[in-house]
Design a protein around this ligand. Structure first.
Ligand code: NOJ
Length: 720
């Protein structure tokens, strides 16, 4: 390969159809957007020629197999005919493609505590991604979410490193499916290295200041899990980490990922973040210096656009970057292309595997995930499931009652018929004789008019029960994109319900009619008033294309809710950070003028039945290196069958550094008929008990550990 061909492999562009559409919008990269761009002075035909010249290795934002095949055909005209690696943001299904399956948002999938299901979701998504011409997805997002102001919480698997790691690894296995034919696999991309989920002010891309211990014990483990699962690529984060921007940070790319964790895939930059080393961080003296610093720190591929190729070529020609350094990146990128079978298949062939019945199966999986991910937060006096003998006329209202916002972020306009809204679901599931009255109070979460609130109140007074669907909006498809309150680059300085939704809730509740609040949101909504005054609250998160059906099934009792919170819901924005695995001194004092504890802790979630735990047993002594075998009996002590998520926590009683009051170390899901008891046997891997000691080494220290499962508690000792 010539040096130009090698550097070409490291270059990525936006799909030429996107470029063509934006061709007339001359101008600059909007500095603040991470999803809209034009290439000033560079037109679609220029990029096409660059592909023929072997100067482009990758594209993204290519949404049809036809467009992808066209680009691949241009690559076949190049001297070496190296196929293009086409990436996409398919983070809960291939939602940027119209008609593809939109699974629940990652936070919702985390609430299932069912990683086998999440692996299946990723495997199915892989088929749809391949069928639309891409073979690489910028997922999983394994950021550990501890700040509810940050708009991207819903893209993550929540606040617990163990859960995030298990879910992230499941997605990697699902996407990359070693045992499936190459044409049915896509390359995973774990992101965003690292800790951008705790920006100093909650804003996406703002600096993160955290200790190395917190970084290693909370934010790093999910990456280690994904690497063990074989993750083939990695994306660095927008922000400046303790003073060194992630895009020029060799400690995170080279030391943590490659040297310590053995990562052998390639690293891609995030959207124009190499350029931002110069334009935003003032860390590089020029755009070319930014390329130098990033590539020398370990960057393998540039997302996206012009400039990088020319700068890198000059740097190599000037002898500042060695050709051997370029070879490393090119080997990694080519290895991925070979593993994906890109030299053998084109996307139209890959599309053949997707027939209607496969797509229907995928919808069914989306429904299963939505059902398992719904979290019943509150159910005073067993208001739910709805007793339709008593509540015959039900008012359904709220800005999200009949809205595709349930689809979540990273989704473009989907056909109406492939999205079941909450209202659609309720109409489908309501038994005969139960009348659903819908009040459209406007589709925006940002504004509800006084007239709409007054009308809702009047209709509530005439009904027997109210279902109020409120929350936030992260949907990026028109016309909802104008109205976003969460999602990428939509961070907030408040975590109450936006707009007049609280007034709406107060107004319908003031009628004295029982109110069920369904929350649609992609990060914690901390509404103390709702928690205190509304008798039944269902956290739906963003439950995806079948979400409205799942919500209705739970409300009417056809499905017993079983999801658990993967993230703590703080009482207010001032209570951030609130997370369950806190250090012993965190609540030594309380706040003046408000309660200190969160509204709901991580792990919370009610059922229509009850479960009892008994006979928790672990061996008294554990030898170094030995895993801890936990046994516990779980009984369904209620009258309905249901799933129980069994969560096993430990507490390292005394350490050479302070340790959290409890940490999740294992989980599983069991299905139990009424009266049935199952003995759950589950292992805690020895390494899970490690702390990061004063020398920043990961070690398991001998001594006592407490174990908590349900209301049971016991202990074991790690022998020296
Ligand atoms: C910016 C986001 O931070 C990243 O997650 C995404 O994959 C890229 N844009 C590409 O859209």
């Amino acid at each position: 390969m010539t040096i130009e061909e090698k550097i070409g492999q490291m270059c990525q562009f936006m799909g030429v159809e996107q470029v063509r559409q934006n061709d007339d919008k001359s101008g600059q990269f909007p500095a603040n957007s991470d999803s809209v761009a034009t290439y000033p002075g560079l037109h679609a035909q220029d990029i096409e020629q660059m592909v023929r010249d072997g100067k482009v290795g990758s594209f993204f934002m290519v949404f049809t197999a036809k467009d992808a095949d066209y680009l691949q055909s241009l690559a076949r005209e190049s001297r070496l005919k190296i196929p293009l690696l086409i990436g996409t943001d398919a983070i809960h299904g291939n939602g940027l493609v119209s008609g593809d399956t939109v699974y629940p948002a990652p936070l919702s999938m985390a609430s299932t505590f069912d990683d086998a299901l999440v692996e299946r979701v990723a495997a199915e998504a892989a088929l749809e991604i391949r069928a639309s011409g891409s073979s690489w997805t910028f997922s999983p997002n394994v950021d550990v979410a501890r700040d509810a102001r940050w708009g991207r919480v819903g893209e993550t698997f929540g606040e617990d490193p163990f859960l995030v790691g298990r879910m992230g690894a499941a997605m990697v296995r699902g996407y990359q499916g070693k045992d499936r034919p190459a044409s049915e696999r896509v390359l995973a991309c774990m992101k965003h290295l690292i800790a951008g989920s705790v920006p100093v002010n909650g804003l996406n891309g703002a600096p993160t200041e955290i200790s190395e211990r917190t970084l290693r014990s909370v934010f790093l483990p999910p990456y280690l899990d994904c690497i063990k699962a074989g993750a083939g690529s990695l994306m660095t984060a927008h922000h400046d980490l303790n003073g060194v921007p992630c895009h020029a940070n060799s400690w995170i790319m080279e030391t943590l990922m490659r040297k310590e964790a053995g990562f052998s895939g390639f690293v891609v930059s995030d959207w124009r973040d190499i350029e931002r080393l110069y334009t935003v961080h003032h860390f590089a003296a020029s755009p070319q210096e930014a390329v130098y610093l990033s590539v020398q720190a370990g960057m393998d591929m540039h997302m996206h656009g012009p400039g990088f190729f020319e700068d890198l070529l000059q740097l190599v020609k000037a002898g500042r970057i060695s050709e051997e350094r370029i070879n490393q990146s090119v080997r990694r990128i080519l290895a991925a292309k070979f593993q994906l079978g890109l030299f053998e298949t084109n996307s139209l062939q890959a599309g053949d595997v997707l027939n209607t019945s496969v797509r229907l199966e995928h919808r069914q999986t989306a429904l299963e995930a939505a059902r398992k991910g719904l979290v019943l937060l509150k159910n005073q006096d067993a208001l739910l499931p709805i007793n339709t003998n008593r509540y015959k006329q039900i008012l359904v209202t709220g800005p999200l009652a009949d809205s595709p916002v349930i689809l979540g972020d990273w989704v473009q306009t989907q056909p109406k018929e492939s999205t079941i809204t909450v209202l659609d679901g309720l109409r489908k599931v309501a038994p005969p004789g139960c009348k659903i009255v819908f009040h459209d109070c406007g589709k925006t979460v940002k504004k509800t008019t006084p007239e709409a609130i007054a009308e809702a109140q009047k209709l509530a007074a005439e009904s027997d029960l109210v279902i109020l669907v409120v929350g936030e909006n992260s949907l990026r498809s028109a016309p909802y994109d104008k109205d976003r309150t969460s999602g990428e680059n939509h961070d907030r300085s408040d975590i109450e319900l936006p707009g007049q939704q609280l007034e709406l809730a107060r107004a319908v509740a003031a009628t004295g009619k029982p109110v069920v609040v369904v929350l649609v949101n992609s990060r914690p909504v901390g509404s103390e008033w709702i928690a205190d005054n509304i008798p039944a609250i269902l956290e739906a998160w963003e439950p995806g294309c079948q979400g409205g059906l799942a919500v209705a099934e739970v409300l009417f009792g056809n499905v017993n809710p079983s999801g658990r919170l993967p993230i703590t819901i703080p009482r207010s924005v001032g209570h951030i950070q609130s997370f369950y695995n806190y250090k012993p001194s965190q609540y030594f004092r309380g706040y003046v003028g408000s309660k200190t504890e969160p509204l709901y802790w991580f792990g919370h979630g009610l059922s229509y039945t009850t479960f009892k735990y008994s006979n928790l047993h672990v061996p008294a002594d554990i030898k170094p290196g030995q895993s801890v075998a936990v046994k516990v009996d779980v009984t369904n002590s209620g009258t309905r069958s249901g799933d129980e998520v069994v969560l096993v926590y430990t507490h390292d009683v005394l350490g050479t550094v302070t340790t959290p009051v409890r940490e999740l170390k294992a989980f599983t899901r069991v299905t139990l008929a009424p009266g049935e008891t199952k003995t759950v046997e589950i292992n805690i891997a020895y390494d899970q008990l490690a702390i990061i000691d004063q020398e920043m080494k990961r070690v398991v220290e001998p001594g006592d550990f407490e174990v908590f499962v349900g209301n049971q508690k016991t202990k074991f000792t790690i022998l020296p």
